[in-house]
Write a protein that binds this ligand. Structure first.
Ligand code: PEP
Ligand code: MN
Length: 339
């Protein structure tokens, strides 16, 4: 059940509700939205009538049963997408489209600083860069780890941009969260449930990528792991799934965006770089993503893609990225959004 508070419910009323939910043997998950607070009551719902009776408590607007298996991720109690602050004044889920851009991997100080300058000048608001890299081959570049985190944070600070980077292992969550403003769970770890539970115990925003062969419902269940362990700041990311098609690296499932928009209040980002695998297809799929309702994009950019230590073929050159950003504006405008 989700208990929706009235817009002006007081702290005491919310606290009294949480206490009552816990007395009834449920776990209470308050989510403090911009306009109102909603409180998830999670547990065995056989005593449904008791929960329905919470509707009579002071400050409560309504009690909504959630039929989906993903309770806290569900749209049922929400009228609109949740807005999540990412740091440095950047918010995702609102009217403004968030463009996350940067290299696949942090390769060195000059490379990450140069890329940060390029993407910032072109209008991106979040800087990306991998320091722990999930590579298919153990012989490929694995990332600069702690040094990479430090360089990424330094570059973000120099240009006033929050930074996002991937964490691959539960034991590295504290380290990565120390440097990152947003923590990324990669496609290959999207169903690593012990990692998801660990990420649920921090409060930093999390960008959860869709796994290579995950259904939309499974993606929402993975988000539910994070939400139910206490972290309400989850952003979903469509980055392509594996199909029989070989002309692109993955098949970018843009239909996932409107489907997710109908089912969850969590913001949705699209990554056309990993979604297609070729720089040529990044711009058209990026335009499409905004047209179908995405709240943000993740784009790989490298000052010299031919020399990149990972994902060069799908990385945009500085000028191509700048042109892309200019061409993106009217697409955002067409769906009443701004960049
Ligand atoms: C990445 O963003 O660098 C990455 C490895 O993405 P994915 O997990 O979607 O493959
Ligand atoms: Mn990459």
């Amino acid at each position: 059940m989700i208990i929706v508070m009235k817009p002006h419910a007081t702290k005491n009323e919310i606290q009294a509700l949480i206490q009552r939910i816990e007395e009834l043997g449920y776990t209470a998950h308050p989510i403090h939205g911009v306009e109102r607070t909603v409180v998830g009551a999670i547990g065995d719902e056989r005593g449904k009538m008791e929960l329905q009776a919470l509707e009579t408590m002071a400050g409560v607007d309504r009690v909504v049963p959630i039929l989906e298996p993903y309770k806290l991720a569900s749209m049922a109690a929400y009228e609109k997408t949740s807005e999540i602050p990412l740091g440095s004044g950047v918010v995702i889920g609102g009217q403004k489209i968030v463009v996350i851009a940067g290299p696949c991997s942090v390769e060195g100080e000059d490379q990450v600083i140069e890329t940060a300058r390029i993407v910032k000048e072109a209008g991106a608001t979040v800087l990306r860069g991998g320091a722990f890299k999930p590579r298919s081959s153990p012989y490929s570049f694995q990332g600069m780890e702690r040094d990479g985190l430090r360089l990424l944070k330094q570059a973000g600070e120099s240009f006033g941009m929050p930074v996002i980077t991937e964490v691959m292992a539960a034991e590295d969550v504290a380290l990565v969260a120390e440097y990152a403003d947003i923590v990324q769970i990669g496609a290959r770890n999207a169903q690593n449930f012990s990692l998801l539970k660990r990420i649920g115990r921090i409060q930093k925003p999390v960008l959860l990528k869709r796994g290579l062969s995950m259904t939309i419902e499974e993606l929402l269940m993975s988000a539910e792991y994070i939400l139910s362990h206490g972290n309400p700041n989850v952003i979903l990311c469509e980055r392509g799934i594996r199909t029989f098609e070989t002309a692109t690296r993955n098949t970018l499932d843009l239909s996932a965006v409107p489907v997710l928009k109908g089912r969850t209040h969590l913001p949705v980002v699209v990554d056309p770089s990993h979604g297609t695998g070729y720089w040529k297809y990044v711009a058209p799929m990026g335009f499409g993503a905004i047209a179908v309702g995405a709240d943000g994009l993740m784009i790989e950019v490298h000052p010299h893609p031919k020399e990149a230590l990972s994902d060069g073929p799908q990385s945009l050159k500085p000028q191509t990225f700048a042109r892309f950003m200019k061409m993106l504006a009217p697409f955002a405008q067409a769906v009443n959004r701004t960049l």
